[in-house]
Design a protein around this ligand. Structure first.
Ligand SMILES: C[S@@+](CC[C@H](N)C(=O)[O-])C[C@H]1O[C@@H](n2cnc3c(N)ncnc32)[C@H](O)[C@@H]1O
Length: 190
């Protein structure tokens, strides 16, 4: 997940992009954030070390992020790390919560849910059915064919799909919408 753990807790794994220090990205994270609209909040769900949300803030000066993970120690370490990093100040919130019970975003948001199992992703997306305007970007850690079969059987529409290489092999990233809310289909970044 591209974070480093030290005795003090998490440490940022950084790189220099266009002369600026930034959280290290990867083709997978780049694809998850492709087409991001920085005017709406990004919810980095099951965030672990927060790589996805941090890269989003580094790429887009106006972006704000809500990080959510259920592990108390991880959340405390990530909070401490981000508080130590001035460029993120005032731009994030961190919640320790189970995504199946957390309070949903109060307004249309970009929701990124990656690196977790199919059943968890689908159970969470079910909570968003009936909402309007969310941008849903997902990638499962499990079999992509099973994910897509189950997702479409439940009424989700695939708006876009890309495959990227990662340390764990080929990964599929989907942009999804509930059937009654799907705009014109197109590329992932559309
Ligand atoms: C493999 S990491 C994925 C990290 C990140 N999303 C990514 O793709 O780089 C999985 C994370 O999901 C979190 N998690 C698993 N189930 C969860 C749940 N029901 N609610 C909140 N967090 C959860 C774990 O604590 C862990 O930090």
């Amino acid at each position: 997940m591209h974070e480093t753990r030290t005795r003090q807790g998490l440490a940022l794994d950084e790189e220099t992009v266009d002369g600026h220090v930034a959280r290290r990205s990867s083709p997978r994270v780049d694809a998850l954030l492709d087409g991001l609209d920085p005017t709406r909040p990004l919810w980095d769900l099951c965030c672990d070390g927060g790589q996805i949300g941090c890269v989003a803030m580094d790429r887009h000066p106006g972006a704000t992020v809500v990080f959510v993970d259920k592990r108390p120690r991880l959340v405390a370490e990530l909070a401490a790390l981000l508080e130590r990093t001035p460029r993120y100040h005032g731009r994030f919130r961190i919640e320790r919560a189970d995504i199946l019970r957390m309070t949903l975003p109060p307004a249309p948001a970009t929701v990124v849910l990656a690196g977790v199992g199919t059943n968890l992703i689908l159970a969470f997306l079910a909570r968003l059915q009936g909402r309007r305007g969310d941008r849903l970007v997902c990638s499962t850690s499990q079999c992509p064919d099973r994910f897509e079969t189950l997702a479409t059987a439940r009424g989700l529409v695939v708006l876009g799909r890309v495959q990227v290489r990662s340390r764990h092999g080929q990964q599929t990233i989907w942009r999804l919408a509930w059937h009654d809310q799907s705009p014109a289909r197109g590329a992932l970044s559309a």
